[in-house]
Structures are given as structure tokens and as C-alpha cells.
Ligand binder design. Structure first.
Ligand code: 5AD
Ligand code: SF4
Length: 439
């Protein structure tokens, strides 16, 4: 594409968390509303948006290699826009190092994408990494179509400042989107085909706003309002911080049928000394006590978590405390990471780094324990009858895949369509999926 033609086709590639997936969808809708057509592969597109994630190790290098890979056989390249958290954190450096990148846009500024792309198509380059988030959502086109399971970002940013984490720097301070906007977006998603909505936020359970009657409500208030939508069958939310699990939200798990029995509540580590160094502001005991309270109102709740092994100074016996927490909780699923320093975070300058070999060993042991947990959780649900929301076709003929209320992947056979709710009995369990017999 020459520097003077406006792009006609685009491809948005999102990495990382569900919030990035949501942002990627909104960017695609925005570009679609400009008359551009989405194409399935970056190589075929006039414009490629790399919607990056900064959490993973060597995130920036991966972006450079993705940029390099977009070069076509004839030496030409699409117009490249780098969005997401790497753009926010390292935008200037990317512009300096990668001449093929014409647009750098942070997670709070992507509503400006069309005019930035226009500037780039006219031969210029454009960077925007401003933080204020209020303008963005209002400037985006309204939601229209949706798959059966939709994401809805209700909250962005984080004020917690865990010492290893870049999110407070890349996504900024916590902001809650207004109640009415969220109810309206949810209605549009449901009208567009969504049967399930997952409310998203870096600290989703810190969400708070005035409701339609002018009362301050927390996430449980929003969930209650959405549960009143007749065609919305299921509500989920992620990711939560233990300190923001209010009594109201805990009670909601016992009271609202549409709120699914699943909670992603990261603990990160099982040693109080490490938790303090991480600035998590909860202890192992307070975390376990919180789970006990949730289990009182919702005994079948499936728990999920995030874990970091090898935080600076973590001893082997402190790591083994993490294994004890895992076995005490019995997670249904979890994400586990080796600690990796993020420039600009307090932990990056902490001494006493754990060796790579030690990190590998700890991660393997943790993942083996988590795998045992998931298998045990899944086996415990065998014999249960439940409803599965059909998400896609399976690999074999007549096979379908969907999610149980506990967010397990369930496969079964029959004649169905995406978005159907199918009653099954869970008959066989592996660590990552189950098979269901249609009732
Ligand atoms: N190193 C390793 N894992 C990290 N996470 C966040 N920052 C880091 C880091 N510097 C993990 C945490 C968080 C999840 C999204 O990513 O477990 O909950
Ligand atoms: Fe990062 Fe901690 Fe905020 Fe989660 S709570 S986004 S880990 S700073």
C-alpha cells in the first residue's frame, strides 16, 4: 500500500487478557464503522493493529518480531498500528526502532484510531498514549452483533500497585464506567445474540457507580440489574482482588441464579512474607477465610487463581507454602507465571533474584499441583446435571463444545447451534475438559 491510499481492509490481532480481547473487538467495530472490511490474516490486510500485552515475559521483543513477520514476500508491509499496553509503556521507543510502525495508540486512546490511521495513510506517523478514559467509550460505535458469550469492560485501571505489576502504569488509575452506559451496552449485546456476559476489569470488584435511582452501588448492584434482563442467561466477572470482595458481592453468589458459580480470585503466593513484599495487602489466612465465606453461600463455587513463582527473595520453603494453599483451596483452574521483572515497577530493583533453574522447577511443581486440583475438581462434578452454553463445533463430526456453569469445557454430540443452552449429565472428566451426555 502506498503512503497516500487509505486502507480498505484491516486485521486486529489481540494478545493477553480478556480486556484486550474486548478492546480488540471495539477497535474492529470502530474501523468497520469507517467502512473498512475485516480480513482473517494480517498478511492480507492494508492495516494491521497489534493489540499488545505487557504482562508476559519479553513482551516488547515479541512485538518487534510480529512486526517483522508482517513483511510480505514482495518486501511490502501493511500499515502497522501498535495498540495495547506495550504501546502505552514503550510507544516512543517503538516509533524510534520500528519505522514500519505508523501508529502507536494506548488502551485509553483507541477511539482516535480512525483519524490516526488517516494521518498515517497520508504519509505521517501518529502517537497517542494519553490516560483519561472517560471520552473513549462515548466515542465508540454502539455494540451490534455478539457471540453467545460476550465481554463487557466495566472498570479499567488499578490503584493497588502490587510491586511486580505494570498495570497501574499502563492502564492508569481505577475508573468505573457509569451504570446506565453499562446496562445499555449489555442490552445491545443481548439483542445482538449474547446469552452470557462476562464483566471485565483489572479490578472488576472495585467497580462502583450511581445506579439509575442515584444510589451508589457496587458490582453486586450492577449484577442484580443485569440479571433482570430476560434474555441474558449467565453473568460472570473477572478479575477480582481479595480486598474488594464486599459482603454484598459475596451474598450475590448465593442469591442471583444467573451469577455463575465461578470466581477468579488471585492469591499470587502462599507466604505472608512474600505477599507483603508484593504489596498484596492480604494474608493467606484472610484469603482462605474469604473463600470459606463464599463457600457458605455457594458451596459448589469453582475457584480460579493467578500465581507467581520466584518473586525476588522467595525461598524454597516459602514456595512450598504456595503449594499448601493450592491443596487447601482445590482450584478448578488457574494461571501460573514465573516472576519476570517489569521496568519501572518496585520489584524490578529488588535484590535476591531466584535462579532460572529454581524458577523452572517451582513452576513445574506448581503446575503439577494445579493440574491435580483441576482433575479432582472436574471428577467431583461427574454425575452432575447442568446446562451447557454451546460455543462452537468440536473437531469430530456432530461434536459440540460449550461451557458448564463452572466454566469447564464440555463436549457432547447432537444437533445444536452456537448459543443453544443444552442440559447434560457430566459423564467423564479430564484435567482440561469433560464429556457430557445430553439429557
Ligand atoms: N511477573 C510474572 N507474573 C506477573 N503477573 C503480573 N505481573 C507479573 C510479573 N511481573 C501475573 C499475575 C497477575 C497476572 C495477570 O499476571 O499473576 O495476576
Ligand atoms: Fe496488577 Fe495487583 Fe492491580 Fe492486579 S491488583 S492489576 S496484579 S497491581
Amino acid at each position: 500500500m502506498s503512503a497516500t491510499t487509505a486502507p480498505k481492509t484491516f486485521h486486529v490481532k489481540s494478545f493477553g487478557c480478556q480486556m484486550n480481547v474486548y478492546d480488540g473487538e471495539r477497535m474492529a467495530e470502530l474501523l468497520g464503522a469507517q467502512g473498512m472490511t475485516a480480513v482473517g490474516k494480517g498478511e492480507d490486510a492494508d492495516l494491521v493493529v497489534l493489540n499488545t500485552c505487557h504482562i508476559r515475559e519479553r513482551a516488547t521483543e515479541k512485538v518487534y518480531s510480529d512486526i517483522g513477520r508482517l513483511r510480505r514476500d514482495d518486501g511490502s508491509a501493511p500499515l502497522i498500528a501498535v495498540a495495547g499496553c506495550v504501546a502505552q509503556a514503550e510507544g516512543e521507543e517503538i516509533m524510534a526502532r520500528a519505522p514500519s510502525v505508523k501508529v502507536v495508540v494506548g488502551p485509553q486512546s483507541y477511539h482516535h484510531l480512525p483519524e490516526m490511521v488517516a494521518r498515517a495513510a497520508a504519509g505521517g506517523r501518529a502517537t497517542e498514549t494519553d490516560m483519561p478514559a472517560e471520552a473513549k467509550f462515548a466515542a465508540l460505535p454502539k455494540r451490534r452483533k455478539s457471540g453467545p458469550s460476550a465481554f463487557l469492560t466495566v472498570q479499567e485501571g488499578c490503584d493497588k500497585f502490587c510491586t511486580y505489576c505494570v498495570v497501574p502504569y499502563t492502564r492508569g488509575a481505577e475508573i468505573s464506567r457509569p451504570f446506565n452506559d453499562l446496562v445499555e451496552e449489555a442490552k445491545l449485546l443481548v439483542a445482538g445474540g449474547a446469552r452470557e456476559i462476562t464483566l471485565l476489569g483489572q479490578n472488576v470488584n472495585a467497580w462502583g457507580s450511581e445506579d439509575d435511582k442515584g444510589r451508589m452501588v457496587g458490582l453486586d448492584g450492577l449484577i442484580r440489574a443485569l440479571a433482570a434482563e430476560p434474555d441474558l442467561e449467565r453473568i460472570r466477572y473477572t478479575t477480582s482482588h481479595p480486598n474488594d470482595m464486599t459482603d454484598g458481592l459475596i451474598d450475590a453468589h448465593g442469591e442471583i441464579d444467573k451469577l455463575m458459580p465461578f470466581l477468579h480470585l488471585p492469591v499470587q503466593a502462599g507466604s505472608d512474607r512474600v505477599l507483603k513484599a508484593m504489596n498484596r495487602s492480604h494474608t493467606v489466612e484472610s484469603y482462605l477465610a474469604l473463600l470459606d465465606r463464599i463457600r457458605v453461600v455457594r458451596p459448589d463455587i469453582a475457584l480460579s487463581g493467578d500465581f507467581i513463582v520466584g518473586f525476588p527473595g522467595e525461598t524454597n520453603s516459602e514456595f512450598e507454602e504456595t503449594l499448601r494453599v493450592v491443596d487447601a483451596v482445590g482450584y478448578a483452574q488457574a494461571f501460573s507465571f514465573k516472576y519476570s521483572p517489569r521496568p519501572g515497577t518496585p520489584a524490578a530493583t529488588m535484590a535476591d533474584h531466584v535462579s532460572a533453574a529454581e524458577m523452572d522447577e517451582r513452576l513445574q511443581r506448581l503446575q503439577a499441583a494445579l493440574q491435580r486440583n483441576s482433575l479432582a475438581f472436574n471428577q467431583k462434578t461427574v454425575g452432575n446435571k447442568c446446562t451447557v452454553l454451546v460455543e462452537r463445533k468440536g473437531r469430530q463430526a456432530g461434536q459440540w463444545l460449550g461451557k458448564s456453569p463452572w466454566l469447564q469445557s464440555v463436549h457432547f454430540t447432537g444437533e445444536y447451534a452456537v448459543g443453544d443452552l443444552v442440559d447434560v449429565e457430566l459423564v467423564e472428566a479430564g484435567p482440561n475438559s469433560l464429556s457430557g451426555r445430553v439429557l
